[in-house]
Design a protein around this ligand. Structure first.
Ligand code: FE2
Ligand code: FE2
Length: 406
């Protein structure tokens, strides 16, 4: 079936250019072009679309406002911002993380591949096998109150760091956990951080918010320890924090920018969250996974695939999508065991999380339900980064050692 894409831009010339540029994909995409937000909403109310791509600065209803409406009225539609590179930060704050950004001007290939990527990810997460599995899942971890409040305060007209910090400070246990991690070698900050607002100022809100969320989610699941033999929540949490920090450091080493390194950190924190969802909802089947893996000497994802028809990776990605994380974070979670299936040709957030996961598993010397990893060597060779592995390992080892000495 053809995918339906709606482009919104007040500049008619730009729309015509896009139309020309995308003519070759007319056999796969059905495209519509409108010049304003209200016109877009009107069309969306009449016809189904898979993707909306909008400009940011338009007279009357701007892109941020349009996307907020689209999110409310048609949450299943993939939302893209197509805007000048200089708007990137602005876009991020105005629209929130649940969007994709394409910098203007762009070439047809970049535009096509960005949209195709989002469509593929959605297919993976909403495909037949996943739908069947998700239908068996009754309880998903909830977003903690403090997290929701932080999000709300961010959406307010004038979000201040102090205000957000104060919200986190209200929960003393949370605040001390966050500060402990921020002050550890994982972040390598030059100064000691003494308050959540200071942490937000130094590391950015996304990072601190993700930490609040991860600690909270793991505490929601504490009762699951040993639900299946060998399942240890503390090990998964420690592994998750390490993978987040290593992925961030490796992404930095490879020259990714702040948005990507932050995404690598968040994806690392949550890459195995699908395990918690599976264990809490389907403990019997997880027990089967572990026995099967042991009996037939299968690696965990293969055993999961046999029992569930999918692994914990897309299950986690599905949850992150629901929580409103951006596509790069969701993707990195979805593909953390098999980054090669994305057929990407450059080092990105997915690569960072994939290698960080393997390195942490190596250092823990485990390949169990708590952690599992093996390099996708073919993919890393294709990217031309296979010879960086030794260097990545070294950086992670140093972080780990310094963390232990703290
Ligand atoms: Fe995993
Ligand atoms: Fe993992």
């Amino acid at each position: 079936m053809k995918k339906r894409i709606l482009f919104v831009d007040d500049e008619q010339r730009l729309l015509q250019g896009l139309q020309r540029m995308l003519r070759p994909v007319r056999d796969r995409w059905e495209m519509a072009f409108v010049e304003s937000g209200p016109a877009a909403l009107e069309l969306l109310s009449r016809e189904p679309f898979d993707v909306v791509v909008t400009d940011m600065r338009m007279p009357g209803m701007g892109g941020a406002e349009l996307l907020a409406e689209v999110r409310k009225r048609h949450p299943q539609i993939i939302r893209f911002v197509f805007s000048g590179q200089s708007d990137r930060e602005l876009v991020f704050h105005a629209v929130g993380p649940a969007h994709q950004f394409i910098a203007k001007p762009t070439d047809p290939e970049t535009l096509k591949s960005a949209i195709n990527r989002a469509l593929t990810l959605r297919e993976l997460l909403l495909g037949e096998k996943m739908r069947k599995l998700v239908a068996r899942i009754r309880v998903l971890p909830s977003l903690p109150d403090v997290y929701v409040q932080v999000l709300e305060s961010l959406r307010s007209q004038d979000p201040s760091l102090k205000q957000v910090g104060a919200l986190i400070e209200k929960d003393l246990g949370m605040s001390s956990k966050v500060l402990q991690l921020v002050n550890s070698a994982f972040f390598g900050l030059p100064q000691r951080v003494t308050s959540p607002s200071q942490a937000v100022g130094l590391l950015g809100l996304d990072i601190i918010q993700a930490l609040v969320l991860v600690f909270n989610v793991f505490s929601q699941f504490q009762g699951l320890n040993e639900t299946i033999p060998g399942l240890n929540l503390n090990t998964i949490q420690a592994h998750s924090l390490a993978v987040g920090s290593y992925a961030r450091a490796i992404a930095k080493m490879e020259g990714l920018g702040k948005v990507e390194t932050d995404a690598a950190f968040m994806a690392g924190l949550f890459h195995d969250i699908g395990k918690l969802v599976l264990v809490s909802n389907l403990p019997q089947s997880c027990f089967q996974v572990v026995s099967l893996a042991r009996e037939r000497h299968l690696v965990l994802p293969v055993a999961e695939e046999t029992v569930f028809g999918a692994t914990h990776a897309p299950v986690g990605a599905f949850l992150l999508g629901l929580w409103g994380f951006s596509d790069p974070v969701v993707e990195a979670c979805a593909y953390h065991h098999r980054p090669g299936v994305t057929q990407r040709k450059a080092f990105d957030v997915i690569t960072a999380v994939h290698v960080a996961n393997v390195i942490d598993c190596e250092m823990r010397r485990v390949n169990t339900f708590n952690a599992w990893g093996q390099f996708d060597m073919y993919y890393l060779k294709e990217l031309g980064v296979d010879h960086h592995i030794a260097q990545w390992r070294k950086v992670c080892q140093v972080m780990k050692q310094e963390g232990a000495n703290n």
